[in-house]
Design a protein around this ligand. Structure first.
Ligand code: PEP
Ligand code: MN
Length: 439
């Protein structure tokens, strides 16, 4: 059940609703949004609080039919942003937060050279396995504690927060000391003791989808962590087991838009485990970014063929650099996913007055456009050439215009500014032709 408070509800009114819920032996999860506060009610006997809708400050009471509550969009209408160190994940569009590094920490040199490289290429979070949940007990199990110490050193050196997988509830305290983001791996998605333990951690958690789990089961696993008191949760799609054998797993990218409809939690995609093959990681990473993933988790190794785990799916340094370039080129595709910026109110509430303000702004734009075109003509004359425009400079101007914040998207700004540049260029050509006629 979700209790939606009115926009102006006071903290006292929220407190009274909370007390009433708790007095009936149910749990209340208060989520204070920018506009309004929402209270999730969890428990088996919800009928006991059916009357909450009549309390002061309450706007409405919703019965959530999903089995998951705290993870649902009804409970938290705004998207959750999770802070990992000083990196924010869940911005919805624009930058894809890349978390990269080796599958397993193998040595100081291997980890630190990878950390420096991924940092230089634009990754924001460093990954590295310390305790590896391997399918076979005879393969490399990870360096354990020394790996956590190396991760902490690499963070010190590069400034990147670090993520590593916790496999045992008893390790949570240790991980809290060394890492910035606790990963719960695919094999542990149903380890409810571990889910509750990371739910009590002060650190954010990244919960991978179990490779045999439905989206609903995954969201219920998320519910264990949220209801244990940790709201800083990120979901990670990493592929599921299907009848297909051409890839290690089938990366379920439709999970990204499905989750966007159902949950407020940020969504990261891991195309390394999702495909199991180096050549497929780049294309699937780009596809994940295009469908709206908030972040990517990518395995990188200085010499993939010699990696102690997951060499086949680890990118070399050059391959990772190329992928980062491709991701930057994709920026505009994602702009529609970004949260729409809040309109800075003009302070005018009268329609006729607002229209008069628009007329005034238009007159200013017209004057500025003419002034700008005249300045472009002067540039042409100073340079003494026939064209006066310089394609690379125009490119820079367009990028700068597109980067400005406001209600117009980068695409819209590019369209408008492109027309301004074309009009200036055509005036330059006309004037150059007239000058030629005169001489
Ligand atoms: C990992 O990221 O190191 C890992 C073991 O992944 P998964 O749990 O998705 O198999
Ligand atoms: Mn791996």
């Amino acid at each position: 059940m979700i209790v939606v408070m009115r926009p102006g509800a006071t903290p006292e009114q929220v407190g009274e609703v909370r007390q009433r819920i708790e007095a009936e032996g149910l749990e209340a999860f208060v989520s204070a949004g920018e506009e309004r506060t929402v209270i999730g009610v969890v428990g088996t006997e919800l009928d006991r609080v059916a009357h909450l809708g009549t309390m002061d400050g309450v706007e409405r009471v919703l019965r959530v039919t999903n089995p998951y509550k705290l993870a649902s969009v009804e409970h938290h209408p705004e998207r959750t942003r999770v802070r990992v160190g000083d990196v924010e994940i869940g911005l919805g569009g624009g930058e894809v937060v890349v978390m990269a590094g080796p599958c397993s920490v193998e040595s100081e040199d291997q980890l630190k050279s990878t950390a420096r490289l991924v940092n230089r290429e634009g990754a924001r979070v460093l990954r590295g396995g310390a305790f590896k949940p391997r399918t076979s007990p005879y393969t490399f199990q990870g360096l354990g504690l020394p790996a956590l110490e190396l991760l902490a050193e690499a963070r010190e050196e590069t400034g990147m927060p670090v993520i590593s997988e916790v496999t045992d509830p008893g390790q949570v305290e240790l991980f809290d000391r060394y890492v910035d983001l606790l990963q719960v791996g695919s094999r542990n998605m149903h380890n409810f003791v571990l889910l509750r333990a990371v739910g009590q951690s002060r650190k954010p958690v990244l919960l991978k989808r179990g490779f045999g789990s439905t989206i609903e089961e995954w969201l219920l696993a998320a519910e264990y962590i949220l209801s244990s008191g940790n709201p800083n949760l990120i979901l990670c799609e990493r592929g599921i087991r299907t009848f297909e054998t051409a890839t290690r797993n089938t990366l379920d990218l439709s999970a990204v838009p499905v989750l966007r409809e159902r949950t407020h939690l940020p969504i990261v995609v891991d195309p390394s485990h999702g495909t199991g093959q180096r050549s497929l990681v780049g294309p699937m990473a780009l596809a994940a970014a295009a469908v709206g993933a908030d972040g990517l988790l990518i395995e990188v190794h200085p010499d993939p063929p010699s990696a102690k785990s997951d060499g086949d799916q680890s990118l070399s340094f050059d391959e990772f650099g190329e992928l980062m370039d491709e991701l930057r080129r994709l920026r505009f595709v994602r702009s529609h996913l970004a949260d729409q910026p809040a309109i800075v109110p003009s302070g005018i509430t009268d329609l006729a007055e607002l229209r008069a303000r628009i007329d005034e702004l238009d007159a200013g734009i017209v004057t500025l456009l003419q002034e700008r075109a005249a300045a472009a003509l002067e540039v042409q004359q100073l340079r003494g050439d026939a064209h006066g425009h310089d394609v690379s400079r125009e490119h820079e101007l367009l990028e700068r215009a597109a980067a400005g914040d406001g209600v117009l998207t980068p695409d819209e700004m590019t369209m408008v500014f492109g027309s301004i540049l074309r009009a200036s260029r055509s005036a330059q050509r006309r004037h150059a032709a007239a000058a030629r006629r005169e001489t």
